[in-house]
Design a protein around this ligand. Structure first.
Ligand code: HSE
Length: 289
């Protein structure tokens, strides 16, 4: 008998919280099923992701957890991908998170949230080439998460009911390499203030505060040129009533936060129009109630 776990997609950064903030999005889910076997790690998966256990995020998570917790025997991993790959919606993180939680259940480890996030992060590290726990923390714990590292410690907050919308254009390359290594103090201060305001907005359940805090003067300006039409998409979405707009994770999806009373159809139309003026097709997803 195996164990199946579903983990949601997520959006990372939310503007000023680069590598720190994550928010689970109930738009898409990955499902990972683990079963014990006599030995080794085998992977069955649909559509396009590697099935070599050393190149698959779920496989890497299983390997790391077997070593760390002294598990003998093997596992078979079946992956049903629901989160689109390469859009900045935490696809590899969702598989890694589901694998970590399923592994914990299958071997009755009783791990705490931070340890599960750390294990899931090992898979994410392999796929992203750098450690960042923002997506995996949101996928493992749900809700809005604040990731502290050295040592890893995640704070989770229940988000207020705010609909969010992701508008992925066709896949383009939006990378970590574009992120500046050095920043001006004034920019650091502005992002810190917005990040602090965002946490307050989540704690108080104030979508307007959260939306207005989605202002990033460091990472978004460095990456946005990789997303054709970004300025137009953002401007038009804000014009149509979005509270805040930014890149979802490393992109190229763009996320808009709306108040419950907003006309989500009008914002979606505005974003689609912005992308199509740049010659891109896109798909809109409305999350939340
Ligand atoms: N914080 C990471 C980044 C998330 O922006 O590169 C990647 O999904």
């Amino acid at each position: 008998a195996g164990i199946s776990v579903r983990a949601p997609s997520s959006t990372a950064n939310l503007g000023p919280g680069f590598d720190v903030f994550g928010l689970a999005l109930d738009a898409y889910f990955d499902e990972v099923t683990l079963e014990r076997t006599g030995g080794g790690i085998s992977i069955l998966s649909e559509g396009g992701i590697p099935t070599d256990p050393d190149r698959n995020t779920a496989g890497i998570v299983a390997r790391v957890m077997m070593e760390r917790f002294g598990i003998t025997g093997g596992v078979e991993i079946r992956i049903r991908k629901g989160v689109p790959v390469g859009f900045g919606m935490g696809s590899s993180a969702a598989s890694a998170a589901a694998a970590a939680v399923a592994f914990d259940g299958l071997f009755d480890l009783g791990l705490d949230g931070d340890t599960l996030v750390e294990c899931a992060g090992a898979g994410e590290r392999a796929s992203a080439g750098a450690v960042h726990y923002d997506n995996v923390a949101a996928s493992v714990l749900g809700g809005f998460v604040i990731v502290r590292t050295g040592p890893l410690s995640v704070i989770r907050v229940d988000p207020p009911a705010i609909p969010e919308m992701d508008v992925p254009p066709k896949k383009t390359q939006v990378s970590r390499g574009a992120v500046p290594e050095r920043i001006a103090m004034a920019d650091g201060v502005r992002n810190l203030a917005n990040a602090a305001a965002m946490v307050a907005g989540f704690l108080r359940g104030e979508p307007e505060v959260i939306g207005s805090a989605i202002q990033d003067v460091i990472v978004e300006p460095a990456r946005k040129h990789m997303i054709p039409g970004f300025d137009r998409v953002k401007g038009d979405a804000l014009g149509a009533g979005a509270l805040g707009v930014t890149i979802s994770g490393a992109g190229p999806s763009v996320i808009a936060l709306l108040a419950g009373s907003a006309d989500s159809g009008a914002v979606a139309d505005a974003m689609r129009g912005g992308f199509s003026s740049a010659g891109l097709g896109c798909r809109t997803v409305i999350c939340g109630p």
